[in-house]
Write a protein that binds this ligand. Structure first.
Ligand code: DX5
Ligand code: ZN
Length: 224
């Protein structure tokens, strides 16, 4: 993989929502590839965030693909309304998806790309039998629920295992990392095999988000 394939997905969670239009323009013009939208229900994770209305608002404000991360129980309840609202990717947690194969198929039937995600405590191997059905595999590198947490170092080995698993399944799915991605941690994730990076506080907390996007991309290409 060359650094040209690095995909950066700033996370809306860390944006200044009072200046939503401006913040989305800054990251779009600054070279972001996707916008990551964290949906939390206060049940699967101890926090509440966005629903269909916010996805629809973002869809109207940016042309970036909307990478929607569902941190909710019974995610299938939201597939239809989120697809209609303009989600590009719908990613569901393995921990709350007992019918993962069917749920991924349902997402694709609605015209969205289908993703699956594992928490730090869930083996990525639990996704082995659906590896060929994924457009995206997401590794949580923090326990989900909040932005600005510290990257869990054991995620690196997990990313490498995920990369091997996707290769074995001849899958072209994106391999995404979410949580604590910074200039310091992104290079290791890239070397381990990730190609898509969520960055919340790192991008929206920076004085110059566009410069930070460039710096994160450049950090992938650096020699170790
Ligand atoms: C955490 C969310 C993340 C969060 C990442 O539960 O899934 O997407 O926005 O934030 P940072 O990059 O600040 O760790
Ligand atoms: Zn997320």
């Amino acid at each position: 993989m060359s650094a040209a394939t690095v995909r950066l997905a700033p996370s809306l969670l860390a944006a200044d929502l009072g200046r939503l239009k401006e913040q989305l323009a800054v990251v779009e013009e600054g070279g972001a590839d996707w916008l990551h939208v964290d949906v939390m229900d206060g049940v699967f994770v101890p926090n509440l965030t966005f629903g269909a209305k916010v996805i629809e608002t973002c869809r109207a404000l940016t042309t970036l693909p909307l990478d929607v991360h569902l941190m909710v129980v019974e995610p299938e309840k939201y597939f239809d309304s989120f697809a209609k609202a303009g989600a590009s990717v719908l990613t569901i947690h393995a921990e709350v998806a007992p019918h993962l194969h069917r749920q991924l198929a349902n997402i694709r039937e609605l015209g969205c790309k289908a993703g699956a995600v594992v928490n730090p405590g869930t083996p990525v191997e639990s996704l082995r039998d659906v590896a060929g059905d994924l457009d995206l595999l997401l590794i949580m590198s923090v326990n989900p629920g909040f932005g600005g947490q510290k990257f869990i170092p054991s995620s690196l080995a997990k990313i490498a295992r995920a990369r091997a698993m996707l290769a074995e399944a001849r899958s072209t799915a994106a391999l995404e990392v979410d949580g604590g991605v910074t200039r310091q941690t992104i290079h290791g994730c890239w070397r381990a095999g990730a190609d898509t990076f969520v960055a919340g506080v790192a991008v929206f907390g920076a004085k110059d988000p566009a410069a930070e996007i460039r710096a994160l991309r450049a950090a992938c290409a650096e020699q170790a």
